[in-house]
Structures are given as C-alpha cells and as structure tokens.
Write a protein that binds this ligand. Structure first.
Ligand SMILES: Cc1ncc(COP(=O)(O)O)c(C=O)c1O
Length: 465
C-alpha cells in the first residue's frame, strides 16, 4: 500500500496542516518558516510561558555539553543521581526557609500534577485517613492533559473527555476567582473574597470534610482564565480552610512559577500572596524550570507532608522511567543558577509589570478590550463585544485566535485561548523571556496594540461591532 503524500506527519492540532516550523531562536526572537517563507518574530509568549533565559543562549550550549559528558541514565527507583538531588536542594534553598523539604522531578506539568494527586492520596493513607479521596479544584482551570490532571481541570477541552475522567463526584469544582466578572458592583474585595471562602467552606462541608483530600488551585491562573491575580486574602483564606478541615493545599505553579512572577528574585509565585507559614503543602512546577532547553517539571513537598511519610512507611510509591533524569536536572540546575546570578527573575517582574501598565494605557480606548490583567512576567487581555455589559463575542467568531494570528503576521507571538467566561470568552496571554529589555517591551506593546486595532477594523467591517 502506498502512502499518499501528506502535508504533515505530526498527529497534533490540525492533523494534515503544516504549522510554522521553528528554525532558530536568538534572545527574545524566534525565526520560523512557513510555506517557504521565513519570518522573525518577538517571542512574546515563549511557547506556552516556557522561555526564561532567551533562545540560543551560548552558555546553555556549554551546560548541555558538560551535562552530556557527566551524566548517565539510571533507573531512579534504585540508582539515583546527584544532579536531581542538587536541583531539589537548589529549589528548596531558593524558596522561603521551611517551605519545602523534598522534590520529585518529572517530564511535564501534567505528569507532575498526576503524581501530586497520588502523593496526596498516599499522605492521607499514611495518616490512616482512608476516606479522603476527593480533590476540590476550581471552575475554569487547567492542570494538564493526562487523565488525573484533566479530572481536576475545568475548561472546554475537559468536556470532550468527561466520560473517561475520574468520576465528577470525586473532583468537585469550587467557584472561580474572577473579580473582573464576578465581583459585584457594590461588593468590596474583602466581601468578594469572603463570599468565595463561604462557597468553598460550604462545598467542603457538603462533600464531607472526612472525604476531602485536597484543594488545588493555580496560584496565578494561566491558559484557562487568563492571569487573574488572586485578590488579597483569597489564598490565605484557602489555607485557613485547609487547616481547619485537615485538607492538603496544593498550588499548581507549572505556568506561573519558577521565577516568572516573583516579587523578590525568588522562585515561587505564591510569595506575592502568602507568608511561608501559609505556604502550600505541595506544589507543582515546570515550564521555565528548563527554560525550553530540557523537558523538566516537578513536585515540591513541604516538611509537613514529608514528615508524615517519614513517620509512616518511609517510602513514596510510584516511579517513572525518566523521573529525576540526570541530564535534564543538571541542565535545569545550571540554567536556574544563571537566572539567579543575573537577577533575571527580578528583571522579568519589573519589565512584565511595566508591560502590563503600558498595555493598560495603549488598549484603554479599544472598544474590544474589557480587561488587561496579570502580574510580573505573565499578562492577559480579555476581549469583549461590549465593554459596559462585558458580553463576550460568539465563540465561532474566534476573536482571540484572530488577534493571535494578526500578531503573528505583525511579528509577535501571543497565546490565544477561549472559555474564560464560563465556556465563552476570549483572551490572549503574554509571557516573555526573563531577559526582556524595555525596548523589547515597547515592541511587544506596539505590535499587540496595532494588531488589536486591525482586528477591530475587521470586526467593524463585518458588522460585528
Ligand atoms: C497551570 C498548568 N498546570 C499544568 C500544565 C500542564 O503542563 P504540561 O503541558 O507540561 O503537561 C499546564 C500547561 O500549560 C499549566 O498551565
């Protein structure tokens, strides 16, 4: 049988369509080739908020060469390597003292969340809390694409697979934290947070606290909701309820963590919102950990959880062939050391906030920009058909991907997503490399503003505005 010539041999997205292929990257720029045309773009979203050091960093070449020379594969369940240990120690040492005591390195954010669910389950078993099997997470959230991580997610993609996920009774969803839409006009932030906490407490009670294993939230929600920062008191409120009902508090910082949104040059996004005493019991990370050079993500375990294991079986069950992969861990460690040495997490926090302020100004008068929100190196723009009523565009109009494509044509990558408004709603996200300069920020803001303006003109011409 002969195989017909295909446009693509990759089974992802549009199966027989050739997406642009990356040729190279240099600093904050990326060069792609599509249909024979080569184009250079500013990588405004670094894939999916993955890049930190910048592409083609010459030091990384040395790091990779060195790592290839000194590492050898071993099966981590019985032969470890000192580089996974060193990376764990680095993360723990660069987090507030007492926040974390142990780590497990995996290949992806989904895999990390998948493992975290099992670690949480085993934690409760170690304490003989056998009934704790429910994972409360949030409406409009994304935690990955494996069965477990999809089960705790809530977005249009999870709907497709709902019949093969964990039973919905085991994964109750709490209200989304979304001040732009859900904080009432006459409600103070304090009152809004109190309402959300009442909702969560009622949910825990309804489910029976003895069956609730964990509350899981993204510290700064990314692709599903679009970087809506938690208001003051929100995360501490979750912490209090978790303490009250002996429930594990898990933060997913796969997209927002590891320096992308850290106020003090550290690694954790929650340091913006929580004291170390209020910190998570378990946390997942990924993306910028390897800065796109190696596939690495992980789970950080608090002393509280580690101690329960130590006082119990002393063992964490489960192993993946490539967990704690020595080569990946060593490259990630060297990348993180360079990021720290050059103060790049501080740079992205400052430059990202500057970008947010500039976008707020340049998009203020756009008839379709309802909200510009974010923090540090992670921002989103939500598009609406009507700024007064906050009505979303019909999904079929696909405004977000039209903006994404327009930005692309104009030389900038951004990430478009739909569904932030309970299934409808359009937003694009921006998450540049940690090395961005003010000049780069200005280019991002200029191209994005221009592109949104061009889509507005198209929508007007089509009678949609
Ligand atoms: C918050 C969050 N958690 C988990 C994941 C899954 O990570 P991965 O795509 O590496 O499996 C993502 C991916 O975007 C994410 O944004």
């Amino acid at each position: 049988m002969t195989i017909e010539a295909q446009k693509s041999y990759i089974f992802q997205g549009k199966i027989d369509e050739q997406v642009p292929n990356v040729l190279k990257g240099e600093g904050v720029k990326i060069t792609v080739e599509h249909n024979g045309v080569t184009q250079e773009l500013i990588d405004g979203v670094t894939g999916a908020a993955v890049g930190a050091l910048g592409w083609g960093d010459p030091d990384v070449l040395d790091m990779i060469t060195e790592a290839a020379k000194v590492t050898s594969y071993s099966y981590p369940a019985y032969i470890g390597n000192k580089y996974s240990e060193a990376l764990a120690k680095f993360y723990i040492d660069h987090s507030p003292e007492g926040a974390f005591a142990s780590a497990l390195w995996c290949g992806s954010g989904s895999e990390s969340n998948e493992n975290a669910l099992k670690i949480i389950r085993q934690y409760h078993l170690e304490k003989n809390n056998v009934k704790k099997i429910k994972f409360i997470s949030r409406k409009t959230s994304y935690h990955g694409f494996t069965i477990g991580s999809m089960s705790i997610s809530s977005n249009p993609r999870t709907a497709t697979f709902k019949d093969i996920l964990l039973p919905s009774e085991q994964c109750p969803k709490m209200e989304v934290c979304y001040p732009y839409r859900n904080q009432k006009k006459n409600e103070t932030t304090e009152e809004y947070v109190a309402r959300l906490m009442t909702n969560l407490e009622e949910l825990i009670l309804k489910e029976d606290p003895e069956t609730v294993a964990a509350v899981i939230v993204e510290t700064l929600p990314g692709s599903s909701l679009g970087t809506s920062p938690p208001p003051p008191g929100y995360l501490p409120g979750i912490r209090k309820l978790c303490n009250k009902y002996d429930v594990i508090m898990m933060l997913d910082e796969v997209m927002c963590g590891t320096g992308r949104v850290t106020p003090n040059g550290g690694l954790n996004c929650w340091e913006n919102f929580l004291t170390v005493e209020e910190g998570p019991d378990i946390q997942t990370v990924g993306k910028t950990l390897g800065s796109g050079y190696v596939t690495i993500a992980g789970i950080l375990i608090s002393p509280k959880m580690r101690n329960v294991f130590l006082e119990g079986s002393g063992r964490s069950m489960g192993a993946h062939t490539y967990s704690g992969h020595g080569f990946n861990c060593l490259v990630a460690l060297k990348i993180q050391e360079k990021i720290q040495a050059q103060g790049l997490t501080k740079n992205i926090f400052k430059m990202g906030n500057l970008m947010g302020e500039k976008l707020k100004k340049t998009l203020e008068d756009s008839p379709v920009v309802g909200d510009v929100r974010g923090l540090g190196g992670f921002w989103s723009i939500e598009f609406v058909k009507n700024k007064d009523t906050k009505e979303s565009f019909p999904l079929a109009l696909d405004v977000t991907h039209r903006v994404q494509d327009q930005c692309f044509d104009n030389g900038l990558t951004v990430m478009g997503n739909q569904g932030c408004n309970d299934g409808t709603g359009d937003h694009v996200s921006i998450a540049p490399h940690f090395i961005v300069t003010e000049e780069d920020i200005d280019s991002i803001v200029t191209i994005l503003t221009k592109s949104v303006g061009e889509i507005v003109e198209q929508l007007k011409a089509e009678g949609e505005l």
